[in-house]
Design a protein. Structure first.
Length: 318
């Protein structure tokens, strides 16, 4: 199979029929063998009913329905797990991503041998303060921390080789940083293509301030995991040992200084009255706690289980 097109969605009933017709026209024009997988992330409108109707009429259309809203990352994770195409395309369901971009993205994966190609919405139609400015800030921070040189990490329109989607784990809200996850998994040929961004035709944007805050927290998480995710002891253990040494050396200095004062028959200040005593004690306690945190992290890493992160209530043509 040439292509799998994954479309996570939440309450996009108005746009689904038009999006389906558009994708179908592009697929037929290029003679692709394909599947379109709609992942309904707990919609409360008629989205799932429309997906059912489309899947009954067209066996190329498949659907996954979550019991409730688990998030876009979980939706993509479920789609990646069942994707059969040699090339996997992800796109949003709000008609802001153009299916006409699919052939060029497909060719970049197949002919130019990219592992991943991310769309770049160079000209955007979003509100500057509501989404455009935060996106620029996210992208700048992601480039600085990951060394992946993309202009638009969070563009929903991306193309992947099948081996990439089968070897990355998208969880939490890490869909923003899939290129970084791919790089950390060893897929280094990551490209970018300028794609057309269209103004929203139906519904309302799901972007809010909570996503702005969560995005930065996720960026810190992925930076930490990329450097120390497999070896937490290297960070916490090193910091713990350093803090303990600082505290121990401070305590030793206080003790030696007190003994010196006594040896020359000078009045010595009580150890408990010396502020360095509390500084050294605190440093040793923090050092011990950091070391234990690294040790526990290593144990958890070696004994973690793969608990399901979402529940599927229905499927179509799978």
């Amino acid at each position: 199979m040439n292509l799998t097109i994954l479309i996570p969605l939440l309450n996009e009933a108005e746009s689904l029929p038009e999006l389906y017709q558009w994708i179908t026209a592009v697929m037929q024009r290029n003679n692709y063998s394909y599947e379109v997988v709609f992942i309904d992330d707990g919609s409360t409108d008629e989205s799932w009913n429309i997906i059912e109707d489309l899947s009954n009429k067209d066996t190329n259309v498949k659907g996954i329905r979550f019991q409730k809203n688990f998030g876009k990352s979980q939706a993509l994770h479920s789609g990646f797990a069942i994707a059969k195409g040699d090339v996997v395309i992800t796109m949003d369901a709000d008609l802001q991503d153009s299916p006409d971009e699919i052939p060029d993205l497909y060719n970049m994966i197949v002919n130019q041998k990219y592992d991943l190609v991310s769309g770049w919405k160079k000209k955007r139609y979003d509100s500057v303060m509501a989404k455009n400015f935060p996106s620029k800030l996210f992208n700048w921070a992601a480039r600085r921390t990951s060394s992946v040189k993309l202009h638009d990490f969070n563009c929903g329109l991306k193309a992947y080789s099948n081996k990439v989607v089968k070897n990355i784990d998208v969880y939490g809200e890490m869909h923003r940083y899939i290129p970084v996850l791919a790089k950390n998994a060893g897929f280094t040929k990551i490209g970018e293509k300028i794609v057309k961004h269209q103004a929203r035709k139906y519904g309302v944007s799901k972007f809010g301030m909570s996503r702005f805050i969560n995005g930065f927290l996720d960026l810190i998480t992925i930076w930490f995991l990329s450097k120390f995710g497999k070896r937490p002891m290297h960070l916490f253990g090193a910091l713990g040992v350093l803090m303990f040494i600082v505290g121990f050396c401070s305590a030793a200095f206080i003790g030696i200084y007190k003994l010196y004062k006594l040896s020359v028959h000078e009045p010595a200040v009580l150890v408990a009255n010396n502020p360095w005593f509390y500084i050294s004690l605190t440093a040793m306690i923090l050092g011990t706690q950091l070391f234990l945190a690294g040790f526990l992290g290593e144990i958890i890493l070696r004994n973690k289980n793969n608990e399901a992160r979402y529940k599927i209530s229905d499927q179509r043509n799978l």
